[in-house]
Design a protein around this ligand. Structure first.
Ligand code: T3D
Length: 262
């Protein structure tokens, strides 16, 4: 049973496809547990040097599957805090803390936790027809999966509040113009373009990427002084890496570098 997740491994790239296309890849608890286990494996496996995430069918992910538990009037209230603590928060923490780049190819609508999962990626591509919806307000919920953390930082408070309170779709083009994502590409070029970037990252200087991600992640909470100190320490370590020596040697020899990720 693949539980709504397809996983392939190729040349250092772990590719994950959310695969419940008839439900726009909405997460059931079982599917999200499996997704998190896959991320944990990818984070721990030294052979994995980059992760690629996309959706099957016409959607990327419609967030929580609203059929997955009873919420009818009269039913006991479900504990959504439990759902976040045990499933959604670990997914976001795994993506942000993983010491390898995570490339996301948003192939269609990304709603609710599905939107914020996409936005947690390191390099986010979106198909021209894709849209991002903070749909939580439509069902009386609060943006989760890092939405209230990442949105204000990426687009400012005014746009974060507009997106969150109104729950209106944001086009891929506007998402790129607002600085929410890396790039919007033609629908039929999404997988080839985003996939090529993921493969490139999977054969790049993995240890250097890890330090870069660590520094960028830390910057929001650091003073300039603290950030300069962090850069010094990370650069000192990067300067001792195999890939730094190889990168300089390749530059001087006017050839392509053969990075080993260490
Ligand atoms: O555990 C917790 O609950 C806490 C965590 C919460 C995190 C969250 O993600 S809360 C937010 C949950 N997601 C939503 O509220 C989004 C619901 N979906 C939509 O608003 C719309 O489907 C979309 C705007 C995403 C797309 O609209 P459209 O018109 O392109 O497609 P559609 O016809 O609505 O959906 C296609 C099918 O997928 C449809 O099924 P059907 O009629 O063909 O049998 C629809 O019911 C189903 N589907 C879409 N989203 C969900 C879903 N089924 C279950 N859960 C969904 N989230």
């Amino acid at each position: 049973m693949n539980e709504g997740i397809l996983v392939t491994m190729n040349d250092g790239l772990c590719s994950i496809t959310l695969n419940r296309p008839d439900r726009l890849n909405a997460f059931t608890a079982v599917m999200l547990n499996r997704f998190n286990a896959t991320l944990e494996d990818a984070a721990a496996d030294e052979r994995v040097r980059a992760v690629y995430l996309t959706g099957a069918g016409r959607g990327f992910c419609a967030g929580q599957d609203l059929n997955d538990r009873a919420v009818a009037p009269g039913d006991a209230a479900p504990d959504l805090g439990e759902s976040l603590e045990n499933r959604y928060n670990p997914a976001i923490r795994l993506i942000r803390s993983m010491s390898k780049p995570v490339v996301v190819a948003v192939n269609g609508v990304a709603a609710g936790a599905g939107a914020n999962l996409a936005l947690a990626g390191d390099i986010v591509f979106a198909a021209e027809s894709a849209k991002f919806i903070q749909s939580f307000a439509r069902i009386g919920l609060v943006p989760d999966s890092g939405g209230t953390y990442f949105l204000p930082r990426k687009v400012g408070t005014a746009r974060a509040l507009g997106l969150s309170l109104l729950g209106e779709p944001l086009s891929a083009t506007d998402a790129a113009a607002w600085g929410l994502i890396w790039k919007v590409v033609a629908d039929d070029e999404l997988q080839s373009e985003a996939g090529a970037v993921a493969r490139r990252l999977a054969s790049g200087p993995t240890a250097g990427y890890a330090k870069t991600k660590q520094a960028i992640n830390a910057s929001g909470d650091n003073t300039l002084d603290a950030q300069l100190d962090l850069e010094r320490d990370l650069q000192r370590a990067a300067g001792r890496s195999h890939d730094y020596r190889e990168g300089v040697a390749a530059f001087l020899a006017k050839r392509d570098a053969r990075f080993e990720g260490r």
